[in-house]
Design a binder for this molecule. Structure first.
Ligand code: AGP
Length: 600
């Protein structure tokens, strides 16, 4: 996905746009650009690479009070200067930035743009050339914009400048996130409120198929049919300090360290005055009406769903299926009579997950979104939302959001169980407090995890994470962390499954990180470790206190057996962090990735 900013007001736009893009770099960072408009025209600066690279090509002498900017995660066309946004029409009258994917761009190019020389490989350039075609046919820019938008199929967030009108930014949105921010004699546009907290905390949500006329005095929202829509602004909850690294070298390390506090914040947020945990009764009602629950998610959130299934089935006794979002749409299983869908998404913007939500809403089913971002697409379009209260997660590799998802799912399961009169054998509030304390202990043991990373991962090209039951799911998450930030080919595997083929990959010195926190499979997973050690593997066993043995590399502070994933994942997060550091990888912005993937 990409990041978009826009500014129109009384100040020079350049620095506001560049600072905004720096806050959005987590959304995509393979190229970037800004366009600054003044009475001489529109000045475009763009560059392959990071915002820092863009800054080096921006002409400080160019001043303008209107501007747009973009940081890109490439979908159509390689990361390059020519494919970087903003894109201009042939006459350079029109300039725009876009986040999303125009699915029918080739058809539009063929049907409407014959003879038009496109400069880039992007779908975005087709939009701006279409616009120019309709303007050249005598339409106003607003009408040409509306005409173009009705032809587009797919997702878009667009900010557009017209060389002949330096007092307006034209904006449109469909499926990709976009907000308008309100100020005194200025207004702004952003993919995420974080980008413009520098100038305002008042934002207006935009809905799909809306277009907006933004001047420095006024914001006019219209439907594509031209009907004006009134919508009140909301105050962004974010605090500027939340999105700074402070004294940390990387956001990822800061966010790992924030996990104990997030646990305590979640318990506080979901607690009644009488101290009991509570969840909105409509959500509990929906849980109780369901005869089966379908958890839909991607990446780390999918791994959280696998653990969430265990919580809900073991506490609330409701059958649960967990599905990868990108598969579910095209490979839907036979659904139960009364399904409830739970979408887990840190960003609330993942296109794969949103595509499923659109589909099941068409079927008339209910949906709950578990997310870290209030007002996100998946939150707005679901029937219910449970917030993670984890604070902004900037690092591309998700850490505190994962453990927050587990905690919130455990609370959902526990409160549902209580509503059904099902007794669970522990006090979740108390146990989550013990989890938070255990996380504190782990965050204080960084040197040990750096040592483990150095001993096991400094030169290897691959690594296996093995576990059984809950530990298997945590192993999947650990392998994703390691591969996405250190680029080591890591694989999470069910301990008992390795011998059915994959054990052929074990060579002298192959690192095997084994997790053992579940008593009923402790001896089995240790047997699996022996199988791979017998073939040359280099074992790193991370075990729970009470199950530990002499040869183990690290012993975890004891927590309730059902909640061990909230704790056993922390060493894997830190080991991955140090492995990436030792390899000089960009921990917060790994290659090829973006924080939230808003394209399918
Ligand atoms: C996690 O470390 C990855 N960045 C990625 O797998 C992420 O979990 C996935 O894209 C889902 O994102 P979401 O939780 O915002 O939907």
């Amino acid at each position: 996905m990409c990041g978009i900013v826009g500014y129109i007001g009384r100040n020079d736009a350049k620095e506001i746009l560049l600072k905004g893009l720096e806050k959005l770099e987590y959304r995509g960072y393979d190229s970037a650009g800004i366009a600054v408009q003044n009475n001489e025209g529109i000045h475009v600066f763009k560059e392959k690479g990071r915002i820092a690279d863009l800054r080096s090509v921006v002409d400080d002498n160019v001043l303008g009070n209107t501007g747009i900017g973009h940081t890109r995660w490439a979908t159509h066309g390689v990361p390059s200067k020519v494919n970087a946004h903003p894109h201009q029409s042939t006459t350079e009258r029109l300039t725009l930035v876009h986040n999303g994917v125009i699915e029918n761009y080739s058809i539009l190019k063929r049907e409407y743009l014959e003879g038009v020389q496109l400069k880039s490989e992007t779908d975005t350039e087709v939009i701006v050339q279409l616009l120019e075609k309709f303007v050249n046919e005598g339409n106003s820019v607003e009408d040409a914009f509306r005409q173009t938008l009705t032809l587009l199929k797919g997702s878009y967030a667009i900010a557009l400048l017209d060389k002949e009108n330096d007092e307006t930014i034209f904006v449109a949105k469909n499926k990709s996130p976009l907000l308008v921010g309100l100020g005194e004699e200025f207004n702004v546009v952003a993919s995420d409120a974080m980008a413009m907290l520098q100038v305002t905390d008042q934002f207006v949500e935009l809905m799909d198929k809306e277009m907006v006329i933004v001047t420095k005095e006024k914001v006019t929202i219209k439907t594509l049919e031209g009907t004006v829509v009134e919508r009140d602004p909301y105050t962004a909850e974010l605090d500027a300090s939340d999105i700074e690294k402070g004294t940390y070298p990387h956001y990822m390390l800061k966010e790992i360290d924030e996990q104990p506090a997030v646990m305590r914040k979640i318990v506080q947020s979901y607690r009644n005055d009488d101290g009991s945990l509570s969840v909105d009764e409509d959500i509990i009602g929906a849980m109780n009406e369901a005869d089966r629950i379908y958890i839909i998610a991607a990446g780390t959130s999918y791994h959280a769903g696998l653990v969430g299934k265990q919580f809900i089935e073991k506490m609330a006794k409701i059958p649960v299926e967990v599905h990868v979002a990108s598969e579910f749409s095209y490979n839907m299983p036979i659904l139960s009579e009364k399904p409830l869908f739970i979408f887990i998404s840190q960003s609330g913007e993942t296109a794969d997950s949103r595509a499923v939500l659109v589909q099941i809403k068409e079927f008339g089913y209910k949906a709950l979104t578990v997310t870290n971002v209030p007002g996100s697409t998946l939150s707005r379009e679901a029937d219910y939302t449970l917030l993670l209260h984890a604070g902004p997660e900037i690092a591309v590799a998700s850490t505190k959001a994962y453990t927050a998802q587990l905690a919130v799912l455990a609370i959902l399961a526990s409160v549902t169980a209580a509503s059904k009169g099902i007794e669970i054998d522990f006090d979740l509030t108390q146990e989550l407090g013990i989890v938070a304390n255990a996380m504190d202990v782990l965050c204080d043991a960084k040197e040990e995890f750096e040592e483990i990373a150095r001993n096991f991962l400094s030169t290897t090209r691959n690594c296996f994470f093995i576990g059984r039951a809950l530990d298997y799911y945590v192993g999947l998450e650990g392998s994703l962390k390691l591969k996405e930030i250190s680029y080591i080919q890591a694989e999470g595997f069910a301990g008992g499954e390795l011998k059915h083929g994959t054990i052929a990959l074990i060579e002298e010195g192959t690192p095997i990180i084994a997790i053992s926190t579940q008593e009923h499979v402790n001896l089995s997973i240790r047997g699996n470790v022996k199988e791979v050690v017998a073939r040359g593997a280099n074992p790193c066993i991370i075990s729970m206190k009470g199950l530990n043995e002499e040869e183990d590399s690290f012993v975890l502070p004891e927590v309730h057996e059902l909640l061990t994933p909230l704790v056993s994942v922390v060493p894997l997060q830190l080991i991955s962090y140090y492995a990436a550091l030792h390899r000089d990888c960009d921990v917060d912005k790994p290659r090829n990735l973006a924080k939230s993937v808003t394209v399918e």
